[in-house]
Write a protein that binds this ligand. Structure first.
Ligand code: AHG
Ligand code: MN
Ligand code: MN
Length: 353
C-alpha cells in the first residue's frame, strides 16, 4: 500500500493529522473529521476516569446486566455515557448502537450523516486488576435520508460499508489507532499536554507471526478443525498470549504478527464477540494493515448483519495465519456456521444516556 502522498511526520498531533487528511478529499465537508475529533475527546475523558479508577468509586460492578445478560461494570456504564454524550454534542451522528444498550440511541441530530457502532469499554473483566482495556468504534454513512431519525437499515450495514473504524487502548500508554480506508495510523497520548501524537504511522501487520491468542479454557468444546489449528500452533512452537481484552490482544498481534481466535464454543455457540462493535471495526483495521479477518469461512466484513448485538466466530491477524486456520476448519461445519443468535431478552439494561 502506498500512502506516501498522505504521509505526515511522527509527532504530528491527531487534530492536525485529521485536518491534513481531510485536505486530500476536496469535497469533504469536515463532518467525519469532526466526528473523529469527538471520539478522541471522549477517549481522553474515559482515559482520565480509568487512570483514577483505583482512587475513586468507579471500579467494580454496577449491579446490573447489559442486554446480553453480562454484568456491567461501573466503567462500562461511565464510558458508554461519555462516548454517547460526545457524539450527541458533536452533531454529526444521527444514531448510535452500543454494546451496552438494548435499543438504537437516537441523538436528536437528524441532519447527522453518520451512524456509530461502539464497544465503549472492551475487556470489562480486566478493569479492576489494572490490565489493558479499550474502546472500539465503527462509523458508517447513513443510508436513509437526513432530516429524520436513523433507521435499523442505517445501523445494520455490512462491515465493507464502514467509512472509518478505530480503537483506543488504555494500556502502558494510551493509544488511538484508526483507519478511514487509507491505511492505519496510531497516535500515543501525551498526558501532560492532553494531546494524541502520531507515533505509529502507516501500520503494516507482518504477513505471518508466531503468536496465537485463544482462550484454551474452552478447548473441550473446540471443533475438530479449531483444535487441530491450535495443535498446529503448538507444533510450530508459537507463543500463547491471551490478555482477555480483545483490543489489547489485537493490538499486540497487529504490531508483532500473530492470530487471535474466538471460535464457537459450547457456551458461546456463535462465538462470543460482537460483529458490529468488535469484529467489523478490527477487521477493517487489519485489512488496511495488510492482514485478514474471517468467521472461519467468510470474510468478516461481508457478513450481512441481522441484529445489532449479533455475534460471530472470529479469526483475525496475520494473513497467512488466518488462511492457515481457514484451511484447518474448511470441513468443519459447526465452526463456521454463521447463525445469528436470537435477540436476547433484556435484563435490567441500564439506560446510559
Ligand atoms: P467486553 O468487555 O466488551 O464484554 O468484551 C470482552 C471480550 C473481549 O474483550 C475478550 O477478548 C473476550 O471477551 C474474552 O472472553 P473470554 O473471557 O471468554 O476469553
Ligand atoms: Mn468487547
Ligand atoms: Mn464492552
Amino acid at each position: 500500500m502506498d500512502h506516501n502522498k498522505l504521509a505526515l511526520p511522527v509527532g504530528t498531533t491527531l487534530d492536525r493529522f485529521i485536518m491534513r487528511k481531510q485536505e486530500d478529499f476536496p469535497y469533504a465537508t469536515g463532518e467525519l473529521s469532526q466526528l473523529l475529533r469527538d471520539i478522541a475527546l471522549a477517549a481522553k475523558i474515559v482515559n482520565r476516569e480509568i487512570n483514577r479508577s483505583g482512587l475513586i468509586d468507579i471500579a467494580g460492578a454496577y449491579g446490573s446486566q447489559n442486554v446480553q445478560g453480562e454484568d456491567q461494570q461501573k466503567l462500562d456504564v461511565i464510558a458508554n455515557i461519555r462516548f454517547i454524550r460526545a457524539l450527541r454534542n458533536g452533531g454529526e451522528v444521527c444514531t448510535i448502537i452500543s454494546e451496552e444498550d438494548d435499543e438504537m440511541i437516537q441523538t436528536g441530530n437528524n441532519q447527522g450523516k453518520y451512524v456509530v457502532a461502539i464497544d465503549p469499554l472492551d475487556g470489562s473483566s480486566n478493569i479492576d486488576v489494572n490490565v489493558s482495556i479499550g474502546t472500539i468504534f465503527s462509523i458508517y454513512r447513513r443510508v436513509s435520508p437526513t432530516g429524520r431519525e436513523g433507521t435499523a437499515a442505517d445501523c445494520l450495514q455490512p462491515g465493507t460499508h464502514q467509512v472509518a473504524a478505530g480503537y483506543v487502548i488504555y494500556g502502558s500508554s494510551t493509544m488511538l489507532v484508526y483507519t478511514t480506508g487509507n491505511g492505519v495510523n496510531g497516535f500515543t497520548y501525551e498526558h501532560s499536554l492532553g494531546e494524541f501524537f502520531l507515533s505509529h504511522p502507516d501500520i503494516i501487520t507482518p504477513k505471518t507471526g508466531a503468536i496465537y491468542s485463544i482462550n484454551e479454557g474452552s478447548s473441550d468444546s473446540f471443533s475438530p478443525g479449531v483444535a487441530a489449528f491450535v495443535q498446529h500452533c503448538k507444533d510450530q512452537q508459537f507463543s500463547a498470549r491471551y490478555i482477555g481484552s480483545l483490543v489489547a490482544d489485537f493490538h499486540r498481534n497487529l504490531l508483532k504478527g500473530g492470530i487471535y481466535v474466538y471460535p464457537a464454543t459450547a457456551k458461546n455457540k456463535s462465538g462470543k464477540l460482537r460483529l458490529m462493535y468488535e469484529c467489523n471495526p478490527l477487521a477493517f483495521i487489519v485489512e488496511q494493515a495488510g492482514g485478514k479477518s474471517s468467521n472461519g469461512t467468510r470474510r468478516t466484513m461481508e457478513i450481512e448483519p441481522q441484529i445489532p448485538h449479533e455475534r460471530c466466530p472470529f479469526f483475525i491477524g496475520s494473513k497467512e495465519l488466518v488462511e492457515k486456520a481457514e484451511s484447518f476448519i474448511a470441513n468443519d461445519k459447526e465452526a463456521c456456521d454463521h447463525t445469528p443468535a436470537p435477540e436476547p431478552t433484556p435484563k435490567k439494561a441500564v439506560a446510559a444516556k
